[in-house]
Design a protein around this ligand. Structure first.
Ligand code: SAM
Length: 274
């Protein structure tokens, strides 16, 4: 029996239906993400309803709502109030936002030390891409970057990107958040360093082996890739599995790697050589 094919109109209609489903309608996910997932899965299924089901399962993992979200309209107002009330208030508001999402919450106990150690090894960057950034840019007050450091953050969750842009504008920094699926459309902006924190394992689940082409495509000399060393519950050690992911991705590439280990996060400092 032949596998499913879709006309352009059918593809568009299915992508829109998924995008407007109850779970995702407020996030305004990029249509290119959903199209990409449908096209990846289409050859493997006979029934459209099976394609739809597997795409939704993949989206669940990509968007990872279970990791936590603030209420965005409230957060927009709180961040504006914080800037009106001064620096301490801004730090307080950033800490509160960082604590809402599991990836940044786990980093709170090591926040100041985290960036100091990274800079002591790779130098203080003058431009940064923060890829699949989530709420991580709210750590900026602890990064001790020069005020003219260009900071470009990418995410596909629209309310998150809008909140980050409010924060960046009020911070008066040369920073912006871009709403983009970085796997389908890798960033073209060059920078000293790209952060790709706690997302490479999800990229593998989205499309096995995709990290290699993605890392190759990034217009940076230095990659800081991090992965958690335990599962979300803290019950399972993930260090071995995540080291394997990174070294398999880099197989055959002559890119030096230095590991920087923190309590619950392992950073791979990767120098891309030609
Ligand atoms: C685990 S969370 C954030 C991790 C964050 N880098 C940190 O370490 O705190 C992953 C984020 O990546 C975003 N994301 C996932 N896939 C993406 C893609 N292909 N393009 C852009 N953003 C993506 C999600 O919307 C989510 O905000």
């Amino acid at each position: 029996m032949s596998k499913q094919t879709l006309s352009t109109a059918e593809l568009e209609s299915l992508a829109l239906e998924i995008r407007l489903s109850n779970k995702y309608k407020d996030l305004d996910l990029p249509l290119e993400t959903i199209r990409d997932l449908i096209l990846q899965e289409l050859p493997h299924y006979r029934q459209i309803k099976d394609v739809q089901q597997v795409v939704k399962k993949k989206l669940h993992n990509i968007v990872a709502l279970y990791l936590g979200d603030p209420d965005y309209p409230t957060a927009q107002q709180e961040i504006r109030n914080a800037f009106a009330n001064g620096e301490d208030s801004v730090r307080e508001s950033c800490l509160s936002l960082l604590s809402v999402h599991a990836s940044t919450r786990e980093r709170l106990p090591i926040l100041a030390d985290f960036y100091q150690r990274l800079w002591s090894i790779c130098g203080v960057p003058t431009s940064i891409l923060d890829l699949a950034c989530g709420l991580h840019p709210f750590g900026l007050p602890w990064m001790q970057l020069p005020p003219d450091c260009l900071y470009t953050a990418y995410d596909l969750h629209h309310p998150r990107v809008d909140l980050l842009n409010t924060f960046f504008q009020l911070s008066c920094r040369p920073a912006q958040a871009i709403y983009q699926d970085i796997l389908v459309s890798p960033p073209q902006t060059t920078a000293d360093v790209a952060f790709f924190f706690k997302e490479a394992h999800r990229f593998e689940q989205r499309q096995h082996g995709c990290n290699r082409a993605f890392w190759l495509a990034l217009p940076v000399q230095t990659l800081l890739v991090s992965l958690p060393t335990t599962s979300l519950t803290g019950r399972h050690d993930k260090a071995k599995q995540h080291r394997k992911l990174v070294y398999e991705t880099l197989e055959g590439l002559d890119w030096p790697v230095t590991e920087i280990e923190f309590e619950n996060e392992l950073v791979f400092y990767i120098r891309k050589t030609a």
